[in-house]
Design a protein around this ligand. Structure first.
Ligand code: ACO
Length: 343
């Protein structure tokens, strides 16, 4: 059985920077930089321009990951795409990325499978577990795994929506999960979910128990109530469960390998809220230099946070060959996961 390792990483964020003060000044949201920084650590985020969707953000991230892996795009055997902000309701965003990558151009189109993953903030780790298992089973040698979000298209950027809209930003991260005979790669992963809390962090936009699934006015035009249109979140519940589950799933994954926290060289925690991660870090006694974060610059980019962290850290030399890396996430569902890799 081959090992599965991350052979390349890439990222892309849209150029437009939106600071906390911009949310107040440009959008008229009743908020302050102090409020947002104190509770979340977020100072600014990126918003894509209108006309740019999730597969557009994913494309440069994927191309960077392919280049850093030292492979050609035609070497890809599969695409796994994690997002909660797909280009469209269906089909999945993976097929749009396949097309934009040019895999279907020319005389020998690559009809590689494209799988979309719907596990929100845990989506990258659900995708990593899937890609790792397929590579280890011999089903693929190189899988492109992307986490990308265009949150700015679906945020209630008014005072009514401030508790959610001040947290999120746009961005994309990508990795190549490759087969190797070398003694390295993803050593263990663990995933979990608890659907009792499905309604505590959700965006219901449409409801298939209704006929039709979006109410219509007399002219047959769809009418989405703001309570359905925008994401809703019970922030305190999310905070409480996030710290509990992230600590639990990390410990369980370490235990699988007979490791303690001291054996880990670098932690890539999902970037939901700096205060969540600081709580986890302090509970486990993890020193600052072992923890990656970029939430202060990008906000919460959901499925993109972990691959974005990895790609930036690899670029600036903090993430190096031979390091033991722990990745941990928690999000809507509730869902959670962790993975440990020898880089
Ligand atoms: N600016 C100013 N005031 C605000 C803002 C804002 N951006 N957002 C909310 N408020 C107000 C509320 O309206 C409320 O006012 P009220 O008392 O007059 O009704 C007050 O601040 C307190 O609101 P709470 O929601 O109770 O604030 P809390 O202290 O819980 O902080 C926060 C909210 C930051 C979301 C916190 O609950 C949290 O961090 N939870 C974790 C959730 C999280 O990280 N989610 C990320 C997405 S999910 C994921 O990726 C896992």
């Amino acid at each position: 059985m081959p090992n599965a390792y991350i052979s390349g990483t890439g990222f892309h964020v849209p150029p437009r920077v939106v600071t906390n003060d911009d949310l107040a000044r440009d959008y008229g949201i009743d908020t302050t930089n102090e409020w947002i920084v104190q509770r979340t650590g977020i100072q600014e985020r990126r918003f894509a321009e209108e006309g740019v969707g999730t597969s557009d953000l994913a494309l440069p991230a994927a191309e960077m990951a392919i280049a850093r892996a030292g492979i050609e795009k035609t070497d890809l055997d599969m695409i796994v795409f994690a997002t909660l902000s797909p280009d469209h309701a269906f089909p999945g965003t993976g097929v749009y990325l396949q097309r934009k990558l040019g895999l279907l151009d020319g005389a020998n189109p690559k009809f590689v499978p494209a799988l979309d993953v719907r596990n929100q903030c845990s989506g990258f780790l659900y995708g990593l577990a899937t890609a790792t298992s397929i590579v280890q089973a011999g089903g693929a040698r190189h899988i492109l795994l992307v986490g990308a979000e265009t949150h700015s298209a679906a945020l209630d950027l008014t005072t009514r929506g401030r508790a959610v809209s001040s947290l999120f930003g746009d961005g994309a991260g990508a990795v190549i999960v490759s087969a190797t005979e070398e003694d390295r790669g993803i050593r263990a992963w663990k995933l979990g979910s608890d659907g009792r809390f499905a309604d505590h962090l959700c965006q219901k936009v449409w409801d298939t128990t209704k006929r039709p699934f979006i109410p219509q006015d007399a002219r047959g035009i769809g009418q989405v109530d703001p309570s359905m249109m925008w994401a809703s979140m019970d922030g305190r519940q999310v905070f409480r469960h996030a710290v509990e589950r992230m600590i639990g799933v990390l410990m369980e994954t370490c235990l699988k390998l007979g490791l303690t926290g001291n054996d880990i060289d670098l932690y890539a925690f999902h970037q939901a809220n700096l205060r969540v991660n600081q709580y986890v870090q302090h509970q486990l006694g993890i020193p600052d230099e072992k923890v990656l974060h970029n939430i202060e610059r990008y906000g919460n980019t959901t499925a993109a946070t972990i691959p974005l962290l990895l790609a930036e850290a690899e670029q600036d030399g903090r993430l190096r060959r031979g390091m033991k890396v722990a990745m941990v996430a928690f999000g809507s569902g509730f869902t959670w996961g962790a993975a440990i890799a020898d880089w």
